[in-house]
Design a protein around this ligand. Structure first.
Ligand SMILES: [Zn+2]
Ligand SMILES: [Zn+2]
Length: 116
């Protein structure tokens, strides 16, 4: 087997919506940032639209319950003290505060309205 110096590009894939994107770092403190510590371990990539080295994008994270990789899109995950994927949110809906449940219900209504 020939060895190459190029490491294969790491790819983050959302296990709910299938969003797929290369990422450069996974963790709580992205490199080249001075004072940023994220609230959770995230898949992070450099912001391709910004020349600023400190700019980065959070692609997603892992669900704290089922450890699925999920993107930060509001259809796929929710951050409430920890990251939860939407299937776990729905499974444990009664354990979330009323405010969160109300927001989710509102969102559901909105998406239904958009369809019809
Ligand atoms: Zn997603
Ligand atoms: Zn989950």
């Amino acid at each position: 087997m020939e060895q190459t110096n190029e490491s294969p590009q790491k790819t983050f894939t959302c296990q709910l919506c299938g969003l797929c994107s290369p990422f450069t770092y996974y963790g709580q403190k992205p490199p080249n940032t001075r004072a940023i510590v994220l609230l959770e371990e995230c898949f992070v990539t450099k912001d391709p639209f910004s020349p600023d080295k400190e700019k980065f994008l959070v692609l997603g994270s892992t669900c704290s319950l089922c450890s699925k990789c999920v993107c930060v899109g509001s259809d796929c995950s929710l951050f409430y003290t920890k990251r939860f994927c939407m299937s776990c949110v729905n499974k444990h809906l009664d354990q979330f505060p009323r405010q969160i449940r109300a927001e989710l219900a509102k969102k559901k209504q909105n998406s239904k309205a958009a369809v019809s």
